[in-house]
Design a protein around this ligand. Sequence first.
Ligand code: NAD
Ligand code: MG
Length: 391
Amino acid sequence: PPSPPPRSISIFGATGSVGTSTLDLVRLNPSAYRVVALTAHSDASGLAKLAREFSAEVAVISDAAQHDALADALQGTNTQAWSGAQALLDAADIDADWTMAAIVGCAGLAPIMRSLLRGRSVALANKEALVSAGALMIEAARSSGATLLPVDSEHNAIFQCLAGGNIDEVESITLTASGGPFRTWTTEQMRAARPDQAVAHPNWSMGAKISVDSATMFNKGLELIEAHHLFPVGLDAIRILVHPQSVIHSMVEYRDRSTLAQLGAPDMKIPIASALAWPQRIATQCTPLDLATIGQLTFEPLDTERFPGPGICRAAIAAGGSAPAILNAANEIAVAAFLEGRIGFLDIAAIVSDVLAGYIPSAPQSLQDVLAIDREARAMAAVAISTKDRN
Ligand code: NAD
Ligand code: MG
């Protein structure tokens, strides 16, 4: 039979860990996809290389200072070189059957909102956007008929476990957590943790920011907020379970006490492939699950004393209003300061708590509101950091 026409796709954050994994899957299935837009922050040559390989229509570099470098690197191709923040929105305006949102941080929020308002299918890796503006994003998707496809491995697992089920019949959702590189460390050991130790995740290979979030376990807290928006079962029905092997990616318990789990090797290409091909399936070259070799799956409760992050996140989403956006902004700034060696590992949670303590509980009504809150919280976090700065 004739093969179906290729689906047009755009990838925001194409040069990152999730972006390049997405392009690896496109490489495996070249006739199934046609690349419309690729974006990156400042790596013009890396972006141009990808745009050439995939014959992208448009390549967008957010950092306008890199415009000429991008344009030069794209000489002789049909790819247009765009730059700056507005160009990211313009790229979201170009029609595409599927859009990957894989920018890290609140920086990816505005183009996601644009894609959602255009009624697109948006594969969401960028959890920070949903943490900062969850209600607005869900409402935008509802009003336009856009589809949100969760890419985060836990949320993709839940999405798969909910297929054919009814969210009203769900009793609870369990987010599994690897526990990160410091799962067995004492608080005193964590006090001296260095950036290189924090980004060395035992199971997953990821960008620096999410790797630090995994080490503090703020990642699981952000994912709790993400799950709360994507799967409205009530905050109390969303639980966290430490599972060091990262084989069970999450679980859904129905009211008859039947529990469904999704399993697989800890490889982001598996949930990305699921979102890319949804509602169909594509082949991947990922390692098959071999439970006989793994031998044992183990579980332990979250230690809330050593890892305050998830509790801070649960309190912020319960408080509502602008608290989650403030939390996210403070965490982004604190993680960056830790990676620069300006603050210690335990200072991250302390700074997030400090900034949240001074927050005003009004709910953002618009994207502009969220971006204003985000800017303000970043400034507050910068002040909190300067008092702790080791340099
Ligand atoms: P990464 O740092 O590897 O890549 C980030 C991408 O975003 C790059 O293409 C970069 O150029 C772009 N970018 C960075 N800052 C930007 C800015 N200010 N403006 C525009 N573009 C910018 O990150 P990653 O690990 O691929 O993670 C991307 C998102 O996916 C994050 O929200 C992360 O939490 C989420 N996620 C990642 C993984 C993973 O395995 N890496 C798993 C689950 C969820
Ligand atoms: Mg995850």
